[in-house]
Design a protein around this ligand. Structure first.
Ligand code: SF4
Length: 354
């Protein structure tokens, strides 16, 4: 498929939930850019785009597309670094040129949000900013420090509570498996990661909690630590055990979503607290599987992302005997070619996920 060059500037990423949104770029790259687990903007310098250029882009987008969008996303990694009155001007121009847009969202860093006053956040909400996506990643301070996140749990609580109070909807992201096999402060990090993350989420009670699973790739500073043996990735079962402890410890009224292909169980989603038991029981069923069955499920799930057959599009499909047998046959063939090939293929496909 040929890409059509747009007459306005667009940044490299947006959340999956913004796939159909108008993208408006107010800054380039990330002003922090130091997180160990993040390859997105490495090597790229942060820049604020001149306000005039951004407003002109909105005009160009309106002339080019017409008023066809219902949602808009403001890029890149931390749009709230803009002065509040500048961002208000961007939101006003968006409203003026795209009257059908009903939702405007953006990524932001917790540190930047914490620096804004409640009054400023209310102003942004009134101007049309509907939702902020913020990477909490973990609520465990030693792990945040190890990953060079540049925030503390307290700072995220401060910023997050302010966002909720301002009326802006809040989506917080958590990285499953972030602690790997670490033993920070002499204790198993995965457990503290789950418990402290739940504590922070309970304090903030965001509208949405979204989980992503750590997948280490070249280009991340953490990759060097993986190669040197300093950092060890946790297994699929360990990640699900961690997710189980996290959900079990939540006392929120948030919507929990596991809508990312890096996650082992995409079926874990629902409104808390009412869907908690169903989510826990799905995870229990997964944790009862043998190692071979867990590999079978992961490989079959990965096949679905890459368009290979046979595959599983959900955990419930794993219970269909014919599907499971078909994936088992593929695994047996791979193992006959070379012992360990199925596990290596799963790891390779995992790294290819975006
Ligand atoms: S995770 Fe977010 S804050 Fe950290 S480097 Fe990546 S884009 Fe920047």
């Amino acid at each position: 498929m040929a890409f059509v060059a747009l007459p306005y500037e667009v940044g490299p990423i947006r959340p999956p939930s913004e796939a159909a949104s108008l993208l408006i770029r107010v800054t380039r790259n990330c002003p922090w850019n130091k997180c160990e687990f993040c390859p997105t903007y490495k090597g790229a310098r942060f820049e604020r785009r001149p306000l005039e250029d951004v407003l002109q882009d909105i005009d160009r987008a309106a002339d080019y597309h017409g008023d066809i969008f219902q949602t808009a996303f403001i890029q890149d990694a931390n749009s709230l670094v803009l002065k509040t009155d500048e961002l208000v001007q961007v939101l006003n121009r968006l409203k003026e040129r795209f009257p059908s847009v009903r939702r405007v969202t953006s990524y932001a860093r917790a540190r930047t949000v914490a620096r804004k006053s409640l009054e400023e956040l209310r102003q942004l909400h009134e101007a049309g900013l509907s939702r902020l996506h913020i990477g909490l990643e973990s609520g465990y301070d030693p792990l945040l420090e190890y990953m060079n996140k540049g925030v503390t749990a307290d700072l995220v609580i401060e910023g997050g509570k302010k966002v909720v109070e301002s009326g802006i909807s809040l989506c917080l992201y958590v990285v499953l498996g972030l602690g790997g096999g670490l033993r920070l402060e002499g204790e198993e990090t995965w457990r503290n990661h789950a418990l402290h993350t739940a504590r922070v989420l309970n304090e903030i009670n965001p509208d949405y909690i979204r989980v992503r699973t750590l997948t280490i790739k070249q280009g991340m500073p953490l990759y060097e630590k993986l190669v040197s043996g300093e950092f060890e990735e946790s297994s699929g079962a360990e990640k699900v055990r961690e997710e189980r402890l996290l959900i079990q410890s939540l006392e929120v009224t948030s919507y929990f979503a596991s809508d990312h292909s890096t996650n082992i169980l995409m079926d874990i989603r629902g409104q808390l607290p009412q869907d908690k038991e169903a989510m826990l029981s799905t995870m229990d069923r997964y944790l009862e599987l043998t190692e071979g069955e867990q590999l079978n499920f992961r490989l079959g799930t990965l096949f679905s992302y890459f368009g290979y057959e046979p595959n599983y599009r959900s955990f419930s499909e794993f219970s269909v005997p014919a599907r499971r047998e078909a994936v088992t046959t593929v695994i047996e063939q791979l193992e006959q070619e070379e012992p360990g090939k199925a596990r290596r293929l799963a790891a390779e496909l995992n790294r290819m996920l975006i």
